[in-house]
Design a protein around this ligand. Structure first.
Ligand SMILES: Cc1cc2nc3c(=O)[nH]c(=O)nc-3n(C[C@H](O)[C@H](O)[C@H](O)COP(=O)(O)O)c2cc1C
Length: 202
């Protein structure tokens, strides 16, 4: 079976990036399991999404046929990113820990794809409903510290946020592959290898 895979990269460190290497390894495992898969890369470090501004938000809420030329121009970046997300079956999302959260480039991207009426809505009962259904996400996370267990666990604002916002969009099958403790003596020596060995594709 072939899958459409969207690999979202948020580290600006190119080939040196641990999350990119981990993401590439996850993609390779997906291709082993689903050989005819098509992989698309979205590099958020080279194609930076702007912060949401009045023009972009105004464009979202204007009826399509009433948008100004400027609104019609800027909304394309959001439309295109959403189309890619809709087309993908599997997401591989690189998530370096930056100040205990995700990089702002990834947050800006998520702000562009979290769009009322398009990727989610609140139903008649006021409950949120995500429209990106039957998708799987693998998060390639990297950090100097260890957050999956131990005393720093509650400083992890990466996995609670990503699990929540992806679930809000309908993506409830989310797994984490972590290379953690990259700066901790006694842990760092095997941190990347441990991440690689923990990859398991459903
Ligand atoms: C600006 C910045 C902030 C960081 N903040 C944290 C942090 O809060 N916690 C942590 O454990 N590591 C932190 N790190 C370390 C990175 O998570 C680690 O170097 C990781 O490998 C970066 O991902 P990359 O290799 O894909 O670029 C930070 C690194 C940078 C550059």
């Amino acid at each position: 079976m072939a899958k459409n895979v969207l690999h979202i990269i948020s580290s600006p460190r190119g080939a040196a990036s641990i999350t990119r290497k981990l993401g590439d390894a996850i993609v390779a495992k997906i291709k082993e399991k689903y050989p005819d898969s098509v992989v698309k890369e979205r590099d958020l470090a080279t194609e930076v999404f702007p912060h949401l501004d009045e023009l972009q938000i105004g464009a979202w809420f204007a009826p399509a046929d009433a948008r100004t030329p400027e609104q019609a121009r800027v909304i394309k970046i959001s439309d295109e990113a959403i189309r890619e997300m809709q087309e993908a079956d599997i997401y591989v999302i690189g998530a370096p820990f930056y100040n205990f959260g995700i990089p702002s480039t990834l947050k800006a991207y998520l702000d562009h794809v979290t769009r009322p009426g398009i990727t989610f809505r609140y139903n008649e009962q006021g409950q949120p409903e995500g429209f990106l259904k039957n998708k799987t996400a693998y998060i390639a996370a990297a950090s100097s510290g260890v957050y999956s267990a131990g005393p720093a666990q509650h400083f992890d604002h990466v996995s609670p946020y990503l699990t929540f916002i992806l679930g809000f969009l309908g993506i409830t099958d989310v797994s984490y592959i972590r290379a953690e403790g990259l700066r901790l003596p006694g842990v760092r020596e095997t941190a990347f290898e441990k991440g690689i060995l923990s990859i398991s594709i459903a």
